[in-house]
Design a protein around this ligand. Structure first.
Ligand code: 5GP
Ligand code: ZN
Length: 112
């Protein structure tokens, strides 16, 4: 956990472009955007991936999901957005702290 990039971003040890924060989640702009809007939504507690969820995370995950449309709208994505969650090496996950991508606007990529 102490070596986790996203935990360091939450702590402010590594700078980021923060978009939203509350007691449970932190939201910031992806450093290498794949579309005009590219946000990362992360839990403040360190969870590696969807593979590491337990029933005690139910409220947190629901909170993250319910926030997505509001966050997308706050970035001007009024007619929809794409959500991606990569899990494990086989799913293309590069950072081992659970994150939901929000993508939209010009240049939004396909699935591959
Ligand atoms: P993954 O491939 O794990 O689903 O996505 C990780 C994402 O984190 C990538 O889109 C990558 O651009 C982004 N990322 C990696 N390092 C940093 C960083 O230091 N700051 C920010 N804001 N994004 C990062
Ligand atoms: Zn972490």
């Amino acid at each position: 956990m102490s070596d986790c990039l996203f935990c360091k971003i939450i702590a402010g040890d590594i700078p980021s472009s923060k978009v939203y924060e509350d007691e449970q989640i932190f939201v910031f702009k992806d450093i290498s955007p794949k579309a005009a809007v590219h946000l990362l939504v992360i839990p403040k507690i360190h969870i590696v991936s969807l593979d590491n969820l337990t029933p005690e995370h139910q409220t947190l995950i629901t909170h993250m999901m319910l926030k997505l449309p509001e966050l997308a709208r706050s970035q001007g994505l009024d007619d929809g957005f794409r959500t991606i969650i990569n899990t494990g090496p086989g799913g293309g996950q590069e950072v081992g702290h659970l994150h939901m991508h929000i993508l939209g606007g010009k240049g939004m990529p396909g699935f591959n």
